[in-house]
Structures are given as structure tokens and as C-alpha cells.
Design a protein around this ligand. Structure first.
Ligand code: FMN
Length: 302
């Protein structure tokens, strides 16, 4: 079966959620290899001079509160990108200070200007990722003119990344628009209301939870559950995982990723691994990619 966001065909409905630190090119490639429908980068400023590595042909998420640099950034990378997303969900202190992400919902006019520029700069699909707010439904309705899908993480700025996801609010977004809606915010952390309801028995394991969400929404973002665990995309598609840190390391070396990033990902991959404590202690002392490799091989973290 083929699923579509605008003119982009996807093999399935499980997407890697935009995440700034975990979603480096090596990690994204692994997710894609084992069946992720579409990978998103973390948020990037169109004014950034960093060289984007886009071999997985990801969705690239932009953030900002002006149109400055948007069109030229899109033109620069457009051929290597599957679609362009605009971040309306970041709740960080910096977002508050600078007035972007979830902290620019009051400036619907500026959001519309940015979406107009994005739409005009590319023939690729455009998406937005929203957070719950008093303006989110108005923004979703306005955005429909410009975008091919809308993501919703139904927590407020104040909630950050914890506390109940307002599943009903996400459903309101779905009802308000006719473009596909991508659900975000489950199942790690405090579960959305339906998980605590009579349905809870039927959604015992993680795969069932995501599938339950896909009864109500068109696509689902897999976020924290995928960190250090790209194999989740294989399992969600009914296959065996078959990828581990060694595969990540190979790619990280190929792309020359920085030691700090490799060490951070090694820590992520220790989640739920037997002997994780010893492994982490070894990793804490690592001072180079080679150190990380040695610790990993010694401890059979694959
Ligand atoms: C480490 C981390 C980094 C994130 N970075 C971004 C980002 O750059 N852009 C964005 O829209 N959301 C970002 N998010 C939010 C996720 O995309 C997602 O909406 C949120 O984690 C809830 O989904 P989950 O419960 O599946 O993790 C980030 C989340 C985490 C944990």
C-alpha cells in the first residue's frame, strides 16, 4: 500500500519525529534502512551556514520568525530533500526569547508569510509541526492553503515534554483540516487519555499503541521511543530489527560525525541493554571515537 503527503509517496505511516540531537544523518539512515516511512531532521535555521548531510533524503525542518534566508536555503538543498517542514512546536527558553517555534503562535500573520515563501520556493510537499495552544486550530486552518500535512504534538509550551498528551485536542486538529494529520506524543511518558481508558487492555505493547493512533490519524511521529532504538521501525512493520550501534558507528565514521555525537548515541543505544551500567561507565571515560568503539566491542553492544 502507498501513502501520500502531497506528491510524496511513502511506504508506511511511521515517521521519525524531528529531534535536534538524535537525528544525525547516520541515525536517520539506519531508521530508513529498517523501514521508517520518512525521516525528519531536527530544526535548522535557514540562516545556518552548517553543511547539511542529506543522504537519507529526509524531511528538513526549518525554524525562525522571519522570511530571511528561507527561499535561498530551500533552493540550495531542495533536490536532496523529500519535503520541507516548519517548526511551530519548540517550547525552549530560546524559542520564548526569540519568538519562534511554539512561541510564535500569536503571530499568525508572520507564520502565513513564512509558509507562503516556503510554498513558493519548492514543488516538494510542505508540512508544519504544531503544539497545543489557543491559536493552534486557527493556524492549522490558515496553513491548509500552503501545506500538505500538519503535525500535532498536543502538549502546551508549559508542559514541555511531559504530562498528559491532550489526545482530544489532536483529534480537534484532525477534524479542523482536510490535509493529512501526523500525530506526535506517544507512547513514552504519561500516556494519552485513551490509554488509561477501557482500550488500555488492547494497547498493551508499543506497536499496538502506535497502530491504535493510526486509526484516528494519517501518520504517526515516533520520537523518544526511537532514540537509541532505530529497530523500532522494523518491529512496527512486523519485521526483526537487525540493526544496532555497530551499524550506527560505521555510518558515523563514514560521515565524519563528531566524537561527542558518537558518544551521545552510544549512550542512547545502551538503553535496555544487559549490563548497561558497566557500559555507560566505560563510555563516560571515552575520549575519542576509537575509545567508544573499544568499549562497545568489549561489551558486545551491537
Ligand atoms: C531530544 C529531542 C529533541 C527534539 N527536537 C525537536 C525538533 O527539533 N523539532 C520538533 O519539532 N520537535 C522536536 N522534539 C519533539 C518531538 O518531535 C516530539 O514531538 C516529542 O518528543 C513527543 O513525541 P514522543 O513522545 O514520541 O517523543 C524533540 C524531542 C526530543 C526528545
Amino acid at each position: 500500500m502507498v501513502f501520500k503527503i502531497g506528491n510524496l509517496k511513502l511506504k508506511n505511516r511511521f515517521l521519525l519525529a524531528p529531534m535536534l540531537e538524535p537525528n544525525d544523518v547516520a541515525f536517520r539512515l539506519l531508521c530508513k534502512k529498517v523501514g521508517c516511512g520518512l525521516t525528519y531532521t531536527g530544526m535548522v535555521s535557514p540562516l545556518s551556514k552548517q553543511n547539511m548531510m542529506l543522504d537519507d533524503k529526509p524531511a528538513v525542518q526549518l525554524f525562525g520568525n522571519s522570511i530571511k534566508g528561507v527561499a535561498s536555503f530551500i533552493k540550495k538543498y531542495d533536490k536532496d530533500v523529500s519535503l520541507w517542514d516548519f517548526n511551530l512546536g519548540c517550547p525552549s527558553k530560546l524559542s520564548k526569547k526569540m519568538g519562534h517555534g511554539a512561541c510564535m503562535h500569536d503571530d499568525v500573520e508572520m507564520i502565513e508569510m513564512i509558509l507562503k515563501v516556503m510554498r513558493g520556493a519548492t514543488k516538494k510537499p510542505v508540512t508544519i509541526k504544531l503544539r497545543k495552544s489557543g491559536k493552534a486550530i486557527e493556524i492549522a486552518r490558515m496553513a491548509e492553503k500552503y501545506v500538505d500535512a500538519i503535525g500535532i504534538h498536543a502538549r502546551t509550551v508549559g508542559q514541555g515534554y511531559s504530562g498528559d498528551v491532550d489526545y482530544d485536542f489532536a483529534l480537534k486538529i484532525k477534524e479542523a483540516v482536510s490535509v493529512p494529520v501526523i500525530y506526535s506524543g506517544a507512547p513514552k511518558g504519561v500516556p494519552p487519555t485513551w490509554m488509561a481508558s477501557a482500550d488500555a487492555d488492547k494497547v498493551g505493547n508499543v506497536n499496538d499503541k502506535y497502530r491504535r493512533i493510526l486509526k484516528d490519524f494519517d501518520f504517526v511521529f515516533v520520537g523518544r521511543e526511537a532514540i537509541g532504538n532505530p529497530g523500532i521501525f522494523a518491529r512496527l512493520n512486523g519485521k526483526k530489527s537487525g540493526v544496532g550501534f555497530k551499524d550506527y558507528l560505521k555510518l558515523a565514521k563514514k560521515y565524519g560525525l563528531f566524537f561527542r555525537q558518537v558518544k551521545y548515541q552510544a549512550m542512547n543505544f545502551t538503553k535496555g541493554v544487559a549490563g548497561a551500567k558497566k557500559l555507560r561507565l566505560g563510555l563516560i571515560g571515552a575520549k575519542s571515537v576509537e575509545d567508544v568503539e573499544r568499549v562497545v566491542l568489549n561489551n558486545k553492544l551491537v
